[in-house]
Design a protein around this ligand. Structure first.
Ligand code: IPD
Ligand code: CA
Ligand code: CA
Length: 283
């Protein structure tokens, strides 16, 4: 495994994207076989922040597969980090200067998985020197694979996709999510909803940030915002949205980087309007 070049992303004959795709779909298939174990969960600190043995097993499977092909690469995975914002910051800090970093959420939407609500996903991204170059999200319930490669577009079930064409919030279908950290965040969330819902076509909260981002890329949602997310929730979906022609920033409109926790991702056309409305709510 020595013929590594960054031009065609080939290592030992397997492209980065092929490994991401194979790994995400294998993990997704395995997760589905374990749905009978979804009711065995533990709390990571609150009644809304949950983890199952399936999350941990899926991350192990993903790590093993990635390490088989790319033993020198680093892996930033949710289940390998300590809980909370501090744990996530520490885990990101530990890999931030590494050349290749795989960013893994083995199940994004664990609460949905536990309840049998079929809206959860496997999210895998690869960053090269801090820049995301591959993003793959797999929805095992619909057997739907979303794939993006830097500079090469975004694909759903193998077909190229672009973001939607709505130009105003009034015509937009948006999505958001409610952070598990309630004390500081929930009042702000409520203000945002009060500010956005009256002026938008409607707002959804499906419970998987990664899938929401994939849906923005696929043109099924006009935009998405959420606070207090981690790199593993956002990285793959961010590249999908960008490669589908959309825009991803933090909530003040600054460009995305791996440390961004408060994110807005849209078709680009409604981005400024969304940020303006949200900033009113945040005052
Ligand atoms: C969660 C999901 C959810 C979002 C939460 C995330 P998890 O990830 O993305 O949609 O609202 O903030 O923590 O814990 O299921 O991987
Ligand atoms: Ca997640
Ligand atoms: Ca997760």
């Amino acid at each position: 495994m020595t013929n590594e070049t960054n031009d065609n992303y080939q290592v030992g004959g397997k492209s980065f994207t092929a490994v991401a795709v194979n790994t995400a779909s294998k993990a997704g298939e395995w997760i589905q076989t374990k749905s009978n174990q979804a009711n065995r969960f533990t709390s990571k600190g609150s009644a809304s922040d949950l983890v199952t043995e399936v999350d941990k097993g899926a991350e192990k499977l993903i790590r093993n597969l990635i390490q088989t092909y790319f033993p020198t690469h680093s892996i930033l995975g949710e289940e390998g980090a300590d809980p909370g914002a501090e744990g996530a910051a520490k885990a990101l800090q530990a890999v931030k200067d590494d050349e290749y970093v795989w960013i893994v959420d083995p199940i994004d939407g664990t609460t949905n998985f536990i309840h049998g609500f079929p809206f959860y996903s496997v999210s895998i991204a690869l960053a090269y020197r801090g820049e995301v170059i591959v993003g793959v999200i797999y929805d095992p319930s619909r057997d739907e694979l979303f794939v993006a490669e830097k500079g090469k577009g975004a694909y759903v079930r193998g077909k190229r996709v672009t973001v939607s064409g709505e130009e105003r919030l009034a015509d937009s279908l948006l999505a958001t999510g409610f952070p598990t950290e309630r004390q500081a965040m929930l009042p702000l969330n409520m203000n945002q909803l009060s500010a956005i819902i009256p002026g938008a076509r409607n707002v959804r909260a499906g419970g998987s940030a990664a899938l929401h981002l994939a849906y923005v890329a696929a043109g099924r949602l006009t935009g998405f915002w959420e606070m207090n997310l981690n790199a593993w929730d956002i990285a793959a979906g961010m590249l999908l949205v960008q490669e589908a022609g959309g825009r991803v920033t933090d909530l003040s409109g600054k460009p995305y980087n791996l440390a961004v926790r408060n994110v807005a991702a849209t078709n680009g056309l409604i981005h400024d309007e969304l940020i303006t409305e949200l900033s009113k709510a945040n005052k």
